[in-house]
Design a protein around this ligand. Structure first.
Ligand code: G6P
Ligand code: MN
Length: 441
């Protein structure tokens, strides 16, 4: 059987340990012969890389594993590149969240002012990284889940218009399907969703039972109304994530047509959300004090003991499993369905063709074949058309180094929605992102 070479860009991420374990767990389904971790921050990546050496010696000794900060070592002869870089790292995520919140607007990783700030940084770093990758591995599949995926996808579409092997994808729609399966107490693989939107801004219009074809949406609506909504892996989640999933209930009371993506809450209730976020302690702080500490503590212990042992079984990682399944679908041309980010081209009939949208697609060796959802209702169209414009303007600001375009994007964003406030936020974020944004004039 064919075996694949894989590189993870952002090897020092808090998600990498989950990937290392998942590559072992899934080695029959998705067989790899070489795995390289790449990161520009060698100190951060080192413990994760050393953990990998110990893990693979125990459970996957035939794997050729290494880690590096040198693109010339990382990128040649790759079949799949998993992109999980965080431009500016967690310290900048903190600023993306803290600065807007301290000014009375939502600060969040991927939406609102913080998301746009992160978007400009990611345009710079992602475009550079993909050019570098293409020098060494012109045909590798680039599976991108670096954030903010909506803005990154738009930037990569413009920079690499003929490149058919860049796929942008997010795990949140699948996380919600898994959560629905917990609610209904069924296997999540038995659910067949229909979904439309932009990344981190979408809705499930139907969730069918794969076997019977029954649309489970009425049952889901009723059950959410009675029991609320929890993530599938609620026991592993921090409080803020439980609140975020719980809020699906409120959204479905007000807008009962569809099942929302959890991120829709920020767009639909910006004032309420803002008043419930703590500007002194945001999700970034929770990650820095929680997941980041846990991951690096686990790495330190394993390095000290020289073995992974039972820690291998500690937690399963839905995110890593999904991404490896994506690679498997492409590698073996399975045409399995995933919710992916693609150029619209009529998938949402009444939205512009060159929007990057998130819909269900069959995924195989030639990439995604998206499924149409038809014309979406005026309300949803209005929300999405505004946000598409906002995302496009941020990418314009990147290419044109244009302060004006950035100001327009900030003004248009539903989480800001005021030109004076937009300018204040933009000026504060220009300052905080010196050297990491293109210089806006
Ligand atoms: C979901 C989203 C990702 C996002 C992550 C943040 O998985 O799909 O795009 O980065 O949540 O999670 P965190 O635990 O870091 O706040
Ligand atoms: Mn996402």
């Amino acid at each position: 059987m064919e075996k694949f070479n894989v590189c993870i860009v952002g090897g020092g991420s808090t998600y990498t340990l989950g990937f290392l374990k998942s590559f072992v767990r899934l080695k029959e389904e998705f067989p790899i012969k070489k795995l390289v971790l790449f990161d520009i921050d060698g100190d951060r990546q080192r413990p994760i890389g050393e953990y990998g050496k110990i893990l693979f010696k125990e459970r996957f000794p035939e794997l050729d594993f290494s880690y590096t900060t040198d693109p010339a070592e990382a990128y040649p002869e790759m079949d799949f590149i998993f992109m999980q870089m965080r431009a500016g790292g967690l310290p900048m995520r903190r600023k993306d969240e803290h600065i807007p919140l301290s000014m009375g607007k939502i600060g969040q990783e991927t939406v609102g002012a913080g998301g746009m700030a992160y978007g400009l940084r990611s345009c710079v770093d992602m475009i550079e990284a993909v050019h570098q990758i293409r020098e060494y591995s012109p045909n590798a599949w680039i599976l991108n889940y670096s954030n903010p995926a909506a803005i990154v996808a738009e930037a990569l579409r413009r920079e690499f218009p003929d490149d058919q092997r860049i796929l942008n994808i997010c795990d949140q729609p699948e996380n919600i399907i898994r959560s629905v399966s917990r609610l209904l107490n069924v296997d999540w693989n038995s659910l067949d969703p229909v979904y439309f939107g932009l990344n981190h801004y979408g809705w499930f219009t139907h969730i069918y039972d794969k076997k019977t074809g029954e649309d489970l949406l009425p049952l889901i609506r009723k059950t959410v109304h009675e029991k609320g909504f929890l993530p599938q892996d609620a026991e592993q989640r921090d409080k803020s994530w439980l609140d975020t999933y719980g809020f699906v209930q409120t959204m479905m009371e007000d807008f009962p047509d569809y099942i929302p993506n959890t991120y829709d809450g920020y767009y639909l209730y910006p004032e309420y959300k803002c008043s419930h976020l703590n500007p002194e302690y945001t999700r970034a702080d929770e990650v820095i004090d929680g997941r980041e500490k846990r991951v690096f503590a686990e790495a330190a212990e394993v390095i000290k003991e020289g073995k992974v042992g039972d820690r291998f079984h500690a937690i399963s990682d839905a995110h890593a499993e999904m991404m490896i399944k994506v690679a498997e679908a492409i590698a073996f041309n399975t045409n399995q369905r995933f919710i992916v980010i693609v150029k619209n081209d009529g998938a949402i009939a009444n939205l512009q063709n060159d929007a990057m949208v998130e819909v269900v697609a069959e995924l195989g060796i030639n990439g995604p074949r998206p499924m149409r959802v038809g014309t979406i209702p005026q309300f949803y169209y209005g929300l999405l058309a505004q946000q598409v414009s906002c995302e496009k303007l941020i990418v314009d600001a990147y290419y044109e180094h244009s302060y004006q375009k950035a100001l327009e994007a900030f003004t248009l964003n539903r989480l800001i929605n005021d030109a004076k406030k937009a300018r204040e936020l933009l000026d504060a974020l220009v300052e905080a992102n010196k050297g990491q944004w293109p210089e806006l004039k």
